[in-house]
Write a protein that binds this ligand. Structure first.
Ligand code: CAO
Length: 449
């Protein structure tokens, strides 16, 4: 059935897309007609399916009766309402409760497998197999099904391990290369292990959907969090190899005369690219923890920098005029620039530098981001209304498609769409739904197990 529906919708879309009269953004969404069996929880999997939902896929989130996704109740700020942890990761989805260990629950899940195009899951290794949904079984039920998984590690010594965000950051090389040389490894606030891997998985899914157009069959898509983090930390693996050929001259430790060891060191706020940069204090730093700017001494605008900070003599001084001469003096150069930035607010620095194409960026606090009108205007920060918690902010689709605008919808309540999915998607009759209800397959068991 999934095959028929997909073929029909592709044909429909092809006819429609030839109609030039349909204005941009009015011809449906990029993933219209794609139905996702969203068996994800916590963060990595939900990030992936939310993105697919933003692009038009119908995401049917399967949750355990009674409790649902564990994050509904984690880090709660409003008593009795779904947490922001949950609501900000599960927009544009429908929720159905199914006890996957109940025989009737298994039957409903099997019917969903037949009706959906993609199964996305991020259970602990082996969990889905124990539920009876091995790849072989899923593929047999629906050969067109794409089965996409996030796991902590790929095949190898750690493949059975459970993994959370920070473990992935550590195992993927991010933590050992983040922080200051003198201090311990540091994890970053950006969720590169969870959300980063969800993003990778979403790409794998759309690629598999595209290939299915040609082959007619589904496939497995696996993203290991360690791999996802390493992909984002690939510049550090680059530097590891460069170390064999001498010191990393763009790291400030080179200028400070500190020898390099065998592995890529933590680089503090060094820019990591070929253009040296650092975080500098701005006016008000004594009381405002975010009164800082990132400042890049990009070579093509060096002369403008010298003029702006009141050091015109550096333009011709052989110790400062050319990038290689500056490398051993970066600490002094940034201290001098900082003496100037400390006389301006971070926004004044931004204004003044941008007049000369000098790349700088204010360190924005989350408060400033939440209040930023331009991010609201582009739909990157969106306010949605929720029946039990009221209005909340979420992050909309960071990927902007010119013909597939994103309408951000609130997250579903637990089991909000159970009946709708059972009847409209799976074709159960009212009588059958009543029987399912009394079987305990979609409601919490009386024993509270
Ligand atoms: N009905 C009945 N049971 C259900 C169910 C449902 N609808 N949904 C889940 N369950 C059960 C599972 O069957 C499993 O039971 P068993 O252990 O008896 O098989 C149980 O819930 C727990 O699932 P889990 O093992 O995936 O979850 P956990 O809380 O123990 O571990 C996590 C969480 C995230 C560490 C683990 O899922 C994991 O490693 N996932 C892969 C990597 C990942 O995505 N990590 C990022 C998480 S976001 O920070």
């Amino acid at each position: 059935m999934a095959k028929k529906r997909a073929a029909k919708s592709t044909k429909k879309k092809a006819t429609k897309s030839t109609k030039k009269s349909i204005p941009w953004g009015k011809n449906g969404k990029a993933l219209d007609g794609v139905r996702i069996l969203d068996f994800t929880h916590v963060q990595s999997g939900p990030t992936c399916t939310q993105l697919l939902g933003y692009m038009g896929a119908d995401c049917i989130k399967v949750e355990r009766p009674g409790t649902g996704d564990i994050t509904r109740g984690q880090l709660r700020d409003v008593k009795g309402a779904d947490s922001l942890y949950f609501t900000m990761l599960n927009g544009n989805k429908r929720s159905i409760t199914i006890d996957s260990k109940h025989p009737k629950g298994k039957e409903i899940l099997e019917r969903l497998v037949k009706e959906c195009d993609v199964l996305v899951e991020n259970f602990a290794p082996g969990t889905l197999d124990r539920m009876g949904f091995t790849w072989e079984h899923v593929h047999k039920l629906n050969p067109r099904m794409i089965m996409a998984s996030v796991k902590g590690f790929g095949p190898g010594p750690y493949e059975e391990c459970k993994v959370y965000e920070n473990i992935a950051q550590c195992a993927g090389g991010a933590a050992s290369t983040t922080g200051f040389r003198e201090g311990p490894p540091v994890v970053t606030g950006a969720q590169i292990g969870d959300s980063g891997t969800g993003l990778h998985l979403a790409l794998g899914i759309v690629a598999a959907l595209y290939q299915r157009n040609r082959t007619g069959r589904g496939q497995r898509v696996l993203c290991a969090m360690q791999d996802g983090v390493l992909n984002l930390a690939r510049v550090k693996l680059r530097d590891q190899q460069r170390l064999k050929h001498g010191p990393l001259e763009e790291y400030s430790q080179f200028g400070e005369g500190v020898p390099f060891g065998k592995s890529v060191p933590r680089a503090g706020n060094d820019s990591g690219g070929g253009q040296p940069g650092w975080i500098l204090k701005c006016k008000g730093w004594e009381t405002d923890p975010d009164a800082y700017t990132y400042f890049i001494t990009q070579a093509p605008v060096w002369e403008h920098i010298c003029d702006l900070i009141g050091k015109p003599e550096w333009k011709t001084d052989p110790d400062y005029a050319k990038p290689p001469a500056r490398l051993p003096r970066l600490k002094h150069i940034f201290a001098t620039i900082e003496a100037w930035t400390m006389t301006k607010t971070k926004f004044e620095v931004m204004d003044l530098c941008n007049q000369h194409d000098i790349p700088v960026g204010p360190i924005l606090s989350m408060k400033e981001i939440a209040e930023d009108q331009s991010l609201r205007d582009t739909g990157t920060v969106v306010e949605v209304d929720h029946p039990t918690r009221g209005k909340y902010l979420t992050v909309g689709n960071p990927i902007k498609l010119s013909d597939s605008p994103c309408d951000v919808k609130r997250s579903p309540l637990l089991g909000e769409h159970t009946e709708e999915i059972l009847t409209k998607v799976l074709g159960y009759t009212r009588k059958e739904v009543a029987d399912i209800k009394s079987s305990g397959a979609i409601t919490p068991s009386e024993k509270g197990a």
